[in-house]
Structures are given as C-alpha cells and as structure tokens.
Design a protein around this ligand. Structure first.
Ligand code: SF4
Length: 185
C-alpha cells in the first residue's frame, strides 16, 4: 500500500471503460511504447512539460507557457473526485476505472486506491496492458471487479516491433487470470 502516486488525468462520465457510468483515473507511466499510442503524454513516469495539452484534470492551461502534465496526488485526493459521482454509479452500476499509461506500474498506489474503493463499496476496473509481474496481479486481484485486458497483438515479434516489448508475460498473465475466474474483458 502507498498513499501517493502520479496521475495525469481524471475523466468523469466515462462510458467506455467498463460497465455503467464511471470515473476513470489515468496513471502516469507505461512500460510499452505503442506506435499508435493515444495517450503519449502518459508514457513517462514523472510529470513533464508539454505543449498544447488541454482539458486535463487539475491543469491550469496557459497558452503562453509550456504546461506540466501529471501531478503527484494522494489516495484521499483521488477518492474525493471518485466519490463526487456516487449517485451516477449507483444508478448505472458504474464505478471507478484505473487506466493509464499502465496503472500496475504504480502497484502499491493502485492497491491502496482499489482497497479504498472496495471499502466504500465502489465497483472497480483496471485497464491494463497485462505487462506486470504475476506477483503484482496477486496484490490487487481481490480488490478488482473486472480486468479490462488490452491484449494488443498475438504474434510476439510483431508485438515487440509495434509495442516495444515481448508479449510472453502478457500471455502468461492472461492464462493465469483466466484460470482463476471470469472477471476479464
Ligand atoms: S499501452 Fe497504451 S498508454 Fe502504453 S504506450 Fe501503448 S497505447 Fe500508449
């Protein structure tokens, strides 16, 4: 468990990151480097300066300056944002989704957030590349209601070429998760 971590956005009324209406928290940092990355500002683990980055949570946009993307936040700060939309989760069977980047890259912070959500009876989803040690899946398995598992390419060589890493670990983790239950999309 860890009380602080780095995120770069929080998206409200998210309807494509799991069931119902959700709040999606985007973690900073990703071990992959996909050619098509839709969130390239997520890839570095630390906050960074970037041009033309609008509509990000907690970002004061100043067109005359380069803007910092990413902030260090506490579990309480993130939970405060998640809990603002509790009525929407209750009406739609929604909840909180942790995405990125790769949320499992900050496994102890992720575990703390998931545990806090479960303590408050909020449905949890992880949007993951699956590229993490199997022991990290053990840390969060009991707190995660659904894994949104982004298996990008089946062929290992092609995966390496387009995503920057082998997919062997991703396959192994998926096989292991599948053998334990059905909470995978
Ligand atoms: S896994 Fe997602 S965030 Fe990471 S590099 Fe690929 S597309 Fe970008």
């Amino acid at each position: 468990m860890k009380n602080t971590g780095y995120i770069f956005d929080i998206k409200k009324y998210s309807v494509n990151d799991g069931q119902g209406i959700r709040t999606t928290v985007f973690f900073k940092g990703c071990p992959l480097n996909c050619w098509w990355c839709h969130n390239p500002e997520s890839q570095h683990t630390e906050p960074e300066e970037i041009d033309n980055c609008l509509f990000r949570w907690n970002l004061t946009y100043d067109p005359t300056q380069r803007n910092k993307i990413g902030s260090q936040v506490t579990v309480a700060e993130v939970m405060k944002e998640i809990e603002k939309d509790l009525p929407f989760y209750e009406e739609s069977n929604g909840g909180a989704t942790f995405s990125g980047g790769e949320p499992m890259l900050q496994i102890d912070f992720l575990q703390s957030l998931l545990a806090e959500c479960k303590r408050k009876d909020i449905h949890t989803a992880i949007d993951t590349t699956g590229y993490a040690p199997i022991s990290d899946f053990e840390k969060i398995y009991d707190y995660t209601d659904i894994f949104l598992y982004d298996l990008k390419l089946m062929d290992d060589k092609i995966h390496f070429e387009y995503c920057g890493v082998s997919n062997k670990l991703i396959h192994e983790n998926l096989i292991n998760l599948s053998s334990r239950g059905d909470k995978i999309i």
